[in-house]
Ligand binder design. Sequence first.
Ligand SMILES: *[C@@H]1O[C@H](CO)[C@@H](O)[C@H](O)[C@H]1NC(C)=O
Ligand SMILES: *[C@@H]1O[C@H](CO)[C@@H](O)[C@H](O)[C@H]1NC(C)=O
Ligand SMILES: *[C@@H]1O[C@H](CO)[C@@H](O)[C@H](O)[C@H]1NC(C)=O
Ligand SMILES: *[C@@H]1O[C@H](CO)[C@@H](O)[C@H](O)[C@H]1NC(C)=O
Length: 408
Amino acid sequence: MAIKGLILLSVLWSANAYFANNKVIGTLYRWKQIDFEYPSPQDRQTALDNGEFIQLNVIPLGVERWKDRVFVSTPRWKKGVPATLSSVPVDVQDESAPLRPFPNWEWHKADNCTGFTSVFRMNVDHCGVMWVLDSGQVEAFETPQQLCPPTLLAIDLETDTVLGRYPIPQEYVLQNSLITNIIVDSRDALCKDVHVYIADAWRFGLIVYRASDSAFWRFNHYSFYPEPLLSNYTLHGLNYQWSDGLFGMSLGKFQNGDRPLYYHSMSSSLEFYVSTSVIRDPTRVSNSVSEFKLLGESRGDEGQVSAAAVDRNGVMFFNLISQDSIGCWNTLRPYRKENLYIVAKNNSTLVFPNDLRLDHEVPQTGWIITNRLPFYQFNLIDPNRYNYRVLFLDPVEASKYNICETSN
Ligand SMILES: *[C@@H]1O[C@H](CO)[C@@H](O)[C@H](O)[C@H]1NC(C)=O
Ligand SMILES: *[C@@H]1O[C@H](CO)[C@@H](O)[C@H](O)[C@H]1NC(C)=O
Ligand SMILES: *[C@@H]1O[C@H](CO)[C@@H](O)[C@H](O)[C@H]1NC(C)=O
Ligand SMILES: *[C@@H]1O[C@H](CO)[C@@H](O)[C@H](O)[C@H]1NC(C)=O
């Protein structure tokens, strides 16, 4: 598998013409608009004719990679999104390939709570189980309807079968909650000891799920709130206000029986951390306020970050959504502005980097999705240009010869 990973990465680098920044980052897929693989052209045409498929309303949000597939979610935020979780091959044939509904079309009837309703994000653990966060809600940008409870699903990617479906108990989903991101904490070789941390961006909570007994609990904390002035964004001339709280989460190295969870609100320039030993203990829910700590300095005026992830060498990569950029930070250094570095910046290919994951291959690759989300929200997507991209990042190259470099 190691060899295959190496070959794949070199194929990626040699095959494509979309290099930026010397082999740090490249484009795997790009789409003007998203399309899906229908059983036949007639089925596709029927879906277009009857409004089941409204191409301009489909936006990719979450990205993950496992072996030869890249997974992409397309939440049902507006009408006309026919499928909500899909895959595309890592081995690209067509740079604008249609998405293949995962595992098949049967799973994408929005009101059938056994299948998928509206998938936001996915995270694959090192045992090949994809944890999927389904919001259960459709048409959030039009007339929101909660068809099913927000649900966590565990899917075995060797067999594409559902191992479990875990609706988040009502007591942890508040009115107007936006349960929007997840990260899996799996530590042992066989993934017996698994927890999933779940962010509520609108009601400022951290929900913890423990796989061993399917239990949930919830922390609230003032560090999950947005900063007022950072909630006022201007991106490529578009001014908008989002007051999104807890969103991005990443896990530091596991050592001495513990590891930190780094986290931030979307509309914020500050990073915080908490020991996972604290949040994994349900008895700490109401007696841990001082365990949630500021990591260091502010990232500054345009320091809002969506997703982040830490690679095997302990380097964090993060999406700077107001700077068309990807940043890095070596977690062994103090969190100061001078220790943060921009590894890639491009005002056409990196507009609104929304999700970022690091895969389990050797060598490891980072996966980023960019989607111009604010333009989608205000119906300003221009179908004649490339709006959506799946990019890949070489974390070792990206942290070479700069302040993020590690001694590994
Ligand atoms: C952005 O990326 C494109 C495609 O790789 C490249 O042609 C362009 O020069 C880049 N722009 C900047 C400002 O770096
Ligand atoms: C609901 O979806 C599941 C999973 O795809 C499928 O097995 C089941 O037949 C569907 N039920 C209905 C009533 O469509
Ligand atoms: C929000 O940003 C806009 C555009 O930069 C600016 O004109 C406005 O004064 C800002 N509002 C506040 C409250 O800072
Ligand atoms: C993108 O960046 C280039 C180089 O910095 C600049 O010349 C160009 O005006 C920018 N384009 C937009 C749309 O911001």
